[in-house]
Design a protein around this ligand. Structure first.
Ligand SMILES: Nc1nc2c(ncn2[C@@H]2O[C@H](COP(=O)(O)OP(=O)(O)OP(=O)(O)O)[C@@H](O)[C@H]2O)c(=O)[nH]1
Ligand SMILES: [Zn+2]
Length: 341
């Protein structure tokens, strides 16, 4: 019998239809399961980092039958049982998926009618935009911001190719929103970005050509090998992965590259979801009329955010910057949402 089958010993199904009968004492909720972070997904096999750390060999796992079709994505914190050595040809089992703290959804495309979560539990969304070649676009950044705020991630704007253009004017659009903005240029290690990524899980998004691979390769020394290895996981075939977590050299932080993700699903996002990310504004909008889009006059003449400005509790520039983001949300019609133009 191959080692891959040894998990069968604990492979007891939790049968439906037994009412409130507690689970067996023998295996209460898999108390013995070890926590791990999913770092790659490929056709029914999940690559997991035990303990959420990169200093142990990754473990390949299947989804326990009792989880049914529960989606499990990169960044998910899972409980693993079985062979966790990560030795070749071993297969562990995912028996539990922890509640997600944050999530990023990908927009449906022609081949996939459903919006899907692509990254779970990322602390940050790093929006990579070049200052030239290609030109930066506020529309793309704004849609990424909506996805970040609605999903519970802290946004970071990373402006690349500062050797080609002054970052000042583009960065000024976002100054009032007070999230971190970092600038990178050719021939310089991205120190400020690396500091922001430390001990965090950060998802990187950006258009082709903005310099995202250049950054990932600088931050993750063996990124190219890892990308090749993991994308061949499971069945030995190359696949385009939607997301892949790469460990930072400090051994704690992770960068999640999203090569297959060109757009975020915003179809279920409301203006309130975005406002909820702002501690200083969330309470104020409870005074807004029902269905307020928080855009101010003429669309939302009674928006309470304007009153806050009147009281001196909110800077007009901050409100204007926030409303530009909300406009990006409204401008994206449901079902046809893309963050890539
Ligand atoms: N001038 C300048 N060029 C850069 C900089 N960073 C990357 N580039 C160049 O921009 C081009 C695209 O860089 P990549 O890192 O491949 O960009 P990417 O976003 O990963 O693009 P894809 O690989 O197509 O997804 C390459 O020719 C890089 O050499 C920079 O800071 N300054
Ligand atoms: Zn309002």
């Amino acid at each position: 019998m191959s080692r891959a089958r040894q998990y069968d010993e604990s492979d007891v199904r939790v049968r439906p239809g037994r009412g409130s009968r507690p689970r067996t004492k023998r295996r209460p909720d898999h108390a013995d399961a070890e926590e791990a972070m999913v770092v790659a997904v490929d056709r029914g096999r999940w690559t997991c980092a035990p303990g959420g750390a990169a200093d142990r060999p990754p473990v390949t796992a299947m989804r326990a039958r009792e989880l049914g079709r529960t989606p499990i994505v990169v960044g998910d914190r899972v409980g693993l049982v079985g062979d966790l050595t990560g030795a070749p040809d071993t297969l562990a089992r995912i028996v539990r998926v922890e509640e997600r703290r944050t999530l990023l959804r990908r927009t449906a495309d022609d081949t996939d009618p459903y919006e899907r979560v692509v990254v779970a539990n990322a602390d940050r969304l790093v929006v990579v935009t070049s200052l030239a070649e290609p030109e930066p676009r506020t529309g793309f950044v704004d849609r990424c911001l909506v996805a970040a705020y609605a999903g519970g991630l802290e946004p970071v704007l990373c402006l690349t190719k500062a050797d080609l253009a002054d970052p000042g004017p583009f960065a000024a659009h976002y100054a009032e929103l007070e999230f971190p903005v970092v600038v990178t240029r050719r021939g310089e290690f991205p120190t400020a970005l690396a500091e922001l990524l430390e001990a965090r899980v950060s998802a990187l998004v950006g258009h082709s050509g903005v310099g995202k691979s250049t950054l990932v390769n600088a931050l993750v020394p063996d990124a190219e090998q890892r990308t090749g290895r993991v994308s061949g996981v499971g069945k030995g075939r190359h696949t385009t992965t939607a997301a892949l977590a790469l460990p930072l050299p400090d051994g704690r932080g992770w960068v999640v590259d999203t090569p297959g993700v060109r757009s975020f699903g915003l179809a279920h996002v409301t203006p309130d979801d975005v406002i909820a990310a702002f501690d200083d504004l969330a309470a104020a909008v409870e005074e807004c009329p029902r269905g307020c889009g928080h855009l101010g006059p003429p669309a939302d003449p009674e928006c309470a955010l304007d009153a806050l400005v009147g009281e001196g509790a909110l800077r007009p520039g901050r409100l204007a910057a926030l409303r530009r983001v909300l406009v990006a949300l409204r401008a994206a019609p449901p079902g046809a949402l893309t963050a890539d133009r």
